[in-house]
Design a binder for this molecule. Sequence first.
Ligand code: ADP
Length: 252
Amino acid sequence: MPLITITGLPTSGKSTRARQLHAYLAARIAALPSPNTQTPTSTSNQPKPKPPYNLHLISDDTLSIPRTVYDLSPAQLPAHVRSANASEKDARAAAFGAVKRVLSPRDIVVLDGLNYIKGWRYQLYCEAKNLSTPSCVLQVGGGRERARGVNEGRLERRKLRGEGEGKGEGEENGEKKAEDENNDDVDDTEPYEPASWENLVFRYEEPNPMARWDSPLFTLIWEDDEAQTKEVFDKIWDTIAGEGRKLVRPNQ
Ligand code: ADP
């Protein structure tokens, strides 16, 4: 199941789960026997065995897409034109291009993002299908009020740092990411503007496990502990690389 699309409300914990899933998949891939290993005793002269799968994490952060692409100036736009937001469409095109560049039966892609439009998830599903590689959706549920609180906290911290609307975008992304990776206590991730956050929640299209583009659908909630999370990740792995899916061959 090389395409794993993560979806959920803004600031509901998607990137946290995406990073956990990425680390989990990396460990599982590393533990797999390599298809090009000739003998169990390899010497330093032999080329490094190729892993059976490559792993990619694609997100707004990896693509340097700022939260401001979701700004809609709702005061100026009637509701029915909001989803036509051009900068958001460009961001989706960038994400689609990034997925398309790497997705293959040998490449597992974790696409971390809102992915809240069902037509967009359908487009991703079709792309995977075109490449004869399966896809699945992981919905991250954090609860609306908690997610709003997370965004408010980020807005507050941005204010304390002295950055206003539109300031500081992009320039700190690299440092910020490294900081987040090394220190779980620091959350200086760029917030959404409050109106954009509300609007994204309003427009969120819940995945439907009965729709083929949303299935199989896996779910993790905020409270899911390590054991429950591992259980869900094990199920995802079983579907993408376990018994149900033989190791990919080079020309597959
Ligand atoms: P999103 O990617 O949806 O914007 P993040 O993954 O960045 O959300 O998470 C927002 C904040 O919530 C971060 O500070 C993160 O550490 C925290 N967080 C996310 N998921 C959990 C969880 N399951 N339990 C505790 N804290 C969490």
